[in-house]
Design a protein around this ligand. Structure first.
Ligand code: S3P
Length: 166
């Protein structure tokens, strides 16, 4: 079976939904951010601090190229993975791509308690999320085979919809 690949912004629920979906499909679950952390032995904020966003994006591209070539994974990607055309191509070729669409309001709500996202460390994370969404929404749509709405829906309901549309 080909991979099922989740894309979408920070706070879309990619990791939570990916883990549940993998269980339902009896497939292994991989998360590109976790994979980067395991390989480097460092967390994402540390990588941003030491290597800059550029360094992180290089690592992200390498992991996405490798994982999307495998078969039978549920793969959650970081919110910025769609920025590079090489990644969009790899993801599209790697399986069914599911865009977890999420409003900026929900993104703000779901990321507000989490300190692990370097792009949201500044004084106005809501503005950052809004700007990123304006830039990236067309790219998520470009790469997606399926678009799923996650607002006001518990993860299990989102998983059921994905299963019915795969
Ligand atoms: C990023 C999203 C994060 C992580 C990194 C950059 C982004 O992943 O890859 O902090 O550019 O949107 P999540 O979408 O899993 O939070």
């Amino acid at each position: 079976m080909r991979n099922v690949i989740l894309v979408g912004p920070m706070g879309a629920g990619k990791s939570t939904i990916g883990r549940l979906l993998a269980k339902e499909l009896r497939l292994p679950f991989k998360d590109s951010d976790k994979e980067i952390e395991q390989r480097t032995g460092a967390d994402i904020p540390w990588i941003f601090d030491v290597e800059g966003e550029q360094g992180f994006r290089e690592r992200e591209q390498a992991v996405i190229a490798e994982l999307s070539m495998q078969d039978g994974l549920v793969l959650a990607t970081g919110g910025g993975a769609v920025m590079r055309p090489e990644n969009r191509q790899a993801l599209h070729a790697g399986g069914r791509v599911v865009y977890l669409h999420t409003s900026v309001e929900q993104q703000i709500d779901r990321t507000s308690r989490d300190r692990n996202r370097p792009l949201l460390r500044g004084p106005n994370p809501a503005q950052v999320l809004s700007d990123l969404m304006a830039m990236r929404d067309p790219l998520y749509r470009e790469v997606a085979d399926i678009i799923i709405e996650t607002d006001e829906r518990p993860p299990r309901m989102v998983v059921q919809e994905i299963l019915s549309r795969l």
